[in-house]
Design a binder for this molecule. Structure first.
Ligand code: SF4
Length: 227
């Protein structure tokens, strides 16, 4: 009998049990975790997600609260002078690029998709300013279709700390692929919301509160500096 194969199978089983326990614990902690961005339809979600790059969801919600009252349709955004939109989204950072992308994105929605946000991953990623993370977010939260795992800064950090993904893997696309192998597809959408909530609440970037963390027994605390 090949002992090394037996040991590695056993290790894999233990690791899958640990990951299952993490999923269970996160589900207990955040049973209703959902998208923190506020929106009423897929277009608003798409725009809010573009605005959320390098910005907190709370700040985006503050900006969109007024933005989505003033401008309601895809035509409103497609026809808006860039300087006006820049001013309205200024506080979300990278406002020039975001304004340019939102306007171009809405123009493309009108030209190619009848003014609707397509519920098709391959079509979403062709839109200006829309990468895989944004597209996953729209597919999952706008249409309820699990096409992948949204990997934002919280999901990236926690995936490393919790030992779900090796710290050497930094590329969000590769982190997502790894998480998609570890987490059942029916949990892809909610799992990232739960990690984000835990990241904001307990496992924050600078000072993770490991001594009060409900996942502490399951977590190798990779990369966490102990003081
Ligand atoms: S134990 Fe520490 S590093 Fe691990 S999830 Fe909790 S807060 Fe984060």
């Amino acid at each position: 009998m090949d002992m090394s194969k037996t040991i590695s199978k056993k290790t894999q089983k233990t690791e899958m049990a640990r990951i299952a326990a993490i999923r269970t614990k996160l589900a207990e902690l955040f049973p209703e975790a959902e998208c923190a961005l506020q929106f009423h339809n897929p277009l608003e979600l798409l725009i809010a997600t573009i605005l959320s790059a390098q910005c907190t969801d709370a700040r985006v919600n503050l900006v969109t609260r007024d933005l989505f009252v003033k401008h309601r349709s895809v035509e409103d955004f497609a026809n808006m002078p860039q300087a006006v939109l820049e001013q309205e989204i200024h506080s979300t950072g990278f406002f020039r690029n975001k304004a340019k992308n939102i306007i171009a994105c809405c123009q493309k929605l009108i030209a190619n998709h009848g003014g609707e946000v397509p519920a098709v991953m391959d079509q979403l990623v062709q839109l200006p300013g829309v990468g895989r993370k944004t597209a996953n977010c729209v597919m999952g939260n706008g249409f309820g279709i699990a096409t992948g795992v949204v990997v934002d800064t919280h999901v990236q950090r926690l995936s490393h700390r919790l030992g779900l993904v090796p710290e050497s893997i930094m590329d969000p696309g590769k982190i997502e692929q790894k998480l998609m192998q570890l987490i059942p597809q029916k949990e892809w959408i909610v799992f990232s919301h739960r990690l984000m909530r835990h990241g904001r609440q307990t496992c924050n970037a600078r000072r993770p509160d490991c001594s009060n963390c409900s996942l502490a027994e399951l977590c190798p605390q990779n990369g966490v500096q102990t003081h």
